[in-house]
Design a protein around this ligand. Sequence first.
Ligand SMILES: Nc1ncnc2c1ncn2[C@@H]1O[C@H](COP(=O)(O)OP(=O)(O)OP(=O)(O)O)[C@@H](O)[C@H]1O
Length: 262
Amino acid sequence: MTEKIRIERVGKDFDVDGRAMVAISEIDLSIAENQFVSIVGTSGCGKSTLLNMVGGLDEPTRGRILIDGQDVRGPGRDRGFVFQSYTLFEWMTVEENIRYALEKSALSKAEKSDMVAHFIEAVGLAGFEKAWPKQLSGGMKQRVAIARALVYKPSILLMDEPFGALDAQTRGMMQELLLQIWTDHRVTCLFVTHDVDEAIFLADRVVVLGSRPGHVKRDLVVDLPRPRAFDLVTAPEFMETKRLILNDIREETLKLMAAGAH
Ligand SMILES: Nc1ncnc2c1ncn2[C@@H]1O[C@H](COP(=O)(O)OP(=O)(O)OP(=O)(O)O)[C@@H](O)[C@H]1O
């Protein structure tokens, strides 16, 4: 098993009105190449902060993050991001939005066109190349965002509640699509979600963060067979895993309520 991401004694403080607020106390995680890891936890436990630090959008206050053994020193083309809010350029077509991610690439024009076409196909948007974002549903916009994140072939995909704004039906379809893409393109995935079913359904491993300040409360291997279909959520092993995670989150929520923070 090759280690892809190492999060070593990472802590993060934010300056709030001139005082240091400890958002993450200390997190240690080792993530293997091509592993799919979901991160769950109560609101404010540091999920996005952790993801942003792996993405190089923010820096740890303590500890360090290594990718392929190298310290993270900022964003890089080895990591693709998909956020919850639709981040497409409204004035560009589907094709142009995806192609834009390759702007700085050394690929030839023809190679870029091939890559764009490949990923439009992979996310099921063939026929919509010339469509404008305003003509697309939420699910379709997120398909474009996924294609755009993957088109320059990152080895890590960082996703922060990417399906959070979608209806349940579309969300289910997007989860299956994402697993298909992950199987075909073999990337290491870090996936932040509030939806425990989604976290388990997708992942090889679910990391539950505890809050105030953020820390790893549970690190759980999801030993369910792949390929996975939507009816997996009724399997006894799935439900047992869900019970453990929901219990953890409930415990953390109660702690927050007792501290008057919820
Ligand atoms: N730039 C910032 N300045 C000050 N505090 C911040 C900043 N970013 C995050 N925080 C605080 O750090 C803590 C962790 O925030 P973060 O957004 O990572 O949590 P989260 O688990 O992703 O929350 P949610 O589930 O609500 O998205 C919170 O208490 C938040 O208020």
